[in-house]
Design a protein around this ligand. Structure first.
Ligand code: SF4
Length: 369
């Protein structure tokens, strides 16, 4: 159940929590719930203002930019209800096999020209096992790394063995995209062909291999504010380095095609709550930004976002990169993200159940099972 602010004055409550985070403290799940539950627009703008201070304290004015290449499109065996690439739905989305070297090299050139830190190869399939396809994936990653223009990232679905994660690391993968999508409670309403635990297990193998984790979710799928709050705490527990917040862009032909869009204020509030819960992480606004936020896009940074996906998404269009770069310039933000390997995020992960600093995370426990 959502908790109301205990303090009679939400403004002073928000300030008290904001000050605590600026002093390297954390907020509890109940306190976070109370923030997700804010309704009044003046209170939400207060929240955004504090989220902005927190972003500036931990991230300065640097903005981390990522782009993606659809490395294998369509005909996916999974039934994710938001996805245009699932074979379960008729969406008219393109279908093709694993990408050749040339489009990847072109994407790296384009990214480098625009100061984009990373290019991610994203494949529409359930996951990756040992075999010729893994060899091909590793070859593309090696080429991307050897080009030296951008950080080679991938998002290749579920991994079921440590060996696969280790081979990806050896090939040069630095960061792996694998969203939790939503809370554990809501996840079965987004997908039934694999489980939340499959996702946690994958993240466990990747972490053990020394690969950084890009994991977030999608808002606007019909989940509650409590689901969003739980997602943010799960991402804290697994130690995600980059947290993509996607906003559902309902695709005709998918089960979520008729979902009502979230209001702009609800989206901005959610981003700000994520910043309060994940003060040091890269909070990246990804899919659905242009269509859902329209003229309010620049407010994502005031809401605490420190990263942005630029260029087109997998199956939908984004606004031109030049427009995004101009927006950053106008706001005094700097897209030349330091190549510090996420060292600004070093902190002890919080453990919800045990309260200790050195126990296994949920993802590590998933492997041990
Ligand atoms: S989200 Fe990924 S796993 Fe799910 S249907 Fe789409 S491509 Fe497949």
């Amino acid at each position: 159940m959502m908790v109301k602010l205990v303090d009679a004055n939400p403004r002073s409550q928000i300030a008290r929590l904001g000050e605590r985070i600026l002093n390297s403290g954390q907020i509890s799940r109940d306190e976070a719930r109370s923030l997700f539950n804010l309704e009044n627009s003046a209170d939400i703008f207060d929240l955004l203002s504090w989220a902005n201070r927190i972003r500036e304290k931990f991230k300065g004015n640097k903005i981390h930019l990522c782009s993606i290449v659809n490395a294998k499109a369509g005909a996916c065996s999974e039934n994710c209800s938001f996805c245009a690439q699932s074979s379960f739905y008729q969406t008219g989305s393109p279908k093709y096999g694993f990408v050749d070297p040339e489009p990847v090299a072109e994407a790296a050139d384009e990214a480098s020209k625009n100061g984009v830190t990373a290019v991610g190869l994203v494949a529409a399939w359930k996951g990756l096992n040992e075999g010729p396809l893994l060899d091909e994936v590793c070859a593309r990653v090696r080429e991307l790394k050897a080009g030296g223009k951008t950080r080679p990232d991938v998002s290749l679905g579920i991994i079921k063995s440590q060996r696969v994660a280790d081979r990806l690391k050896e090939a040069g993968v630095e960061c792996y995209g694998h969203n939790l999508e939503s809370s554990r409670r809501f996840f079965p309403q987004t997908c039934t062909t694999h489980t939340y635990d499959d996702r946690l297990e994958t993240i466990g193998y990747l972490k053990k291999a020394g690969i950084k984790i890009c994991s977030g979710g999608i808002i606007g799928m019909g989940e509650t504010r409590e689901d969003r709050c739980d997602l943010a705490f799960s991402l804290k527990e697994i130690g995600a380095n980059v947290v993509p917040v996607n906003i559902l862009n309902p695709i005709p032909g998918t089960p979520f095609e008729k979902n009502e869009p979230l209001s702009v204020m609800e989206i901005l509030k959610t981003i700000a709550c994520f910043r309060f819960i994940l003060p040091r992480q890269e909070i990246m606004i990804a899919g659905g930004r242009t269509v859902n936020l329209r003229d309010a896009q620049s407010l994502i940074f005031m809401a605490g976002a420190s990263a942005m996906m630029v260029g087109n998404y997998l199956t939908t269009l984004n606004q031109p990169v030049e427009k995004d770069l101009q927006m950053l310039k106008d706001l005094g933000l700097d897209p030349s993200w330091d190549k510090h390997g996420f060292s600004d995020q070093e902190e002890t992960p919080m453990h919800r159940d045990c309260g200790k600093d050195n126990c296994e995370t949920e993802a590590e426990l998933a492997i041990a099972k």
